[in-house]
Design a protein around this ligand. Sequence first.
Ligand SMILES: [Zn+2]
Length: 266
Amino acid sequence: MVIDDIRPLSPAAAPCKICGGQAPLYGVVDFHKSCEEARGVRLLLSGVPIYYRRCVDCKFLFTDAFDEWTTEHFKTHIYNDEYGRVDPDYQSETRSRTNGDVVAGLWGPYKTKTRVLDYGGGNDALCTALRAHGFPAAVSYDPMVPEFARRPDGKFDLVMCVETLEHMPDPASGIAAMIECAADPGLILFTTSVQPEDFDRLGLNWWYVAPRNGHISIFSREALKSAWNRHGYKVLSLNDNVHLAFRTLPHFLAYLDTSVLDQPKS
Ligand SMILES: [Zn+2]
């Protein structure tokens, strides 16, 4: 298998895409490694090695193999007709409806005053669900989907970003763009799985490291903190996958005790 325009490998350390620290090579997997391997689905080896780097400071794990790619390259080699085999939940209306129910339940009476942007929301399913729940504006933005590729104007009280950050070749710019779209006070609610406690033992065998899924930017908790803190944002991780980021909390959440976020982890 030949894949166009993969960036030639440099064995030297590269700057971390999040904090600028030194990111030496960390390991290598086959291009066809996918998240579905955790469920026993294994694609034929492609023979194309994809190297990942890991920052010695913030532990951000990334590959720069696709840094020369255009949107067309990503559509040809990753988000193609075969993509559903490695990400069966992608564009799942059920998942979007469930997420919509959860958000509508959490926002309760405030939903009628909350403008929502779904950043990376490829099929508008989440926003369709939110509009049906009574949110006055719920807009999808996704540069990979022509219909939703124009970034909407204005600021949004709630910016959602579901399983998207790990797909970005330049997640620092993605975070900056989300912040530009967010009202202040406002809330960014995003999901991406962070490296588990035992990541050093698992290494690139961890199921979430999956170039075939387009999982090319894998955060640690430190990397998340670094990426948001530089914009004056705090991050509150509800678990290893669901996170909130904000500069000023919306008034209906102002009672949350965020002082815990300023204390070093013991
Ligand atoms: Zn770093």
